[in-house]
Design a protein around this ligand. Structure first.
Ligand SMILES: *Cc1c(COP(=O)(O)O)cnc(C)c1O
Length: 241
């Protein structure tokens, strides 16, 4: 029951933010990020009308995707992989994911494209942008993943030319401790550049539990919400942002 209340509250926030920005709430897709929570919780939000589920670790995602396929065959849903991704996991991710939000290097795009094409699949691919240019970690794209803003167009062009992938848009996290409005405004400009490569690459994946309003103000088409729906996660270092 708690999930239903949380979902209603998140939907109300999305609606209010969209209207305040002069946008239709229907332009914003809610991705329920279910990492660390069991498949039962995913089934629950699917029952409540959510159709997009996000996970950030391959092993956990693969197990849950199999469990949902088993317990709810024929369920209409899209799996979003939102976490940093090692190339060696590409084959597994390409077997269940519909959208990969974290493409931040050519080698990863190539591996995902190859794996998807081999299965006769096409993955929607988002170029992840690192909007944190202050920290040393950001300089080598380490901390939270993502390509530097100057390299977005080149990587997006590569993705657009990769069999097995469809360039779908961009994704970013607001820098920790930074101003989300400034970050997401910048993402909006970069997204325009990507639409110049493929007119249908319209996805802007931005905004989480704390900053979804700012993201929607700046054009987010997809918000990725975990905590506000499912509650707090246990503090496991590789699960925390
Ligand atoms: C966990 C996670 C989210 C959701 O974050 P919350 O703050 O729990 O809403 C969104 N995006 C990514 C990439 C994540 O790893």
């Amino acid at each position: 029951m708690e999930l239903a209340g949380n979902l209603a509250a998140v939907r109300a926030r999305i609606d209010a933010a969209a209207r305040a920005a002069g946008r239709s709430p229907a332009e914003v897709t809610l991705i329920a990020v279910s990492k660390t929570f069991p498949a039962t919780d995913i089934l629950h939000v699917l029952d409540l009308g959510v159709t997009d589920i996000g996970e950030n670790r391959d092993k956990e995602a693969a197990l849950k995707a199999a469990e949902i396929a088993d317990r709810a065959p024929g369920q209409r849903l899209r799996w979003h992989f939102v976490g940093q991704l090692q190339r060696k996991k590409a084959r597994s991710v390409a077997s269940y994911a519909d959208v990969v939000h974290s493409i931040d290097r050519v080698e990863l795009a190539d591996a995902l494209g190859r794996a998807a094409a081999r299965r006769g699949r096409s993955l929607d691919a988002l170029v992840q942008v690192n909007l944190d240019d202050r920290s040393a970690a950001a300089a080598d794209g380490e901390a939270r993943g993502g390509v530097r803003p100057n390299d977005v167009v080149a990587l997006a062009e590569h993705v657009a030319g990769t069999a097995g992938l469809r360039l779908a848009g961009v994704m970013a996290l607001a820098p920790l401790g930074g101003d989300p409005d400034a970050a997401f405004a910048r993402l909006g400009v970069l997204a325009e550049g990507v639409r110049g490569i493929a007119a249908d690459a319209v996805v802007i994946s931005a905004g989480m539990s704390e900053d979804l309003e700012a993201a929607i103000r700046h054009g987010a088409t997809h918000v990725r919400v975990g905590t506000a729906l499912f509650g707090g996660r246990a503090l496991m270092s590789d699960h925390v942002r």
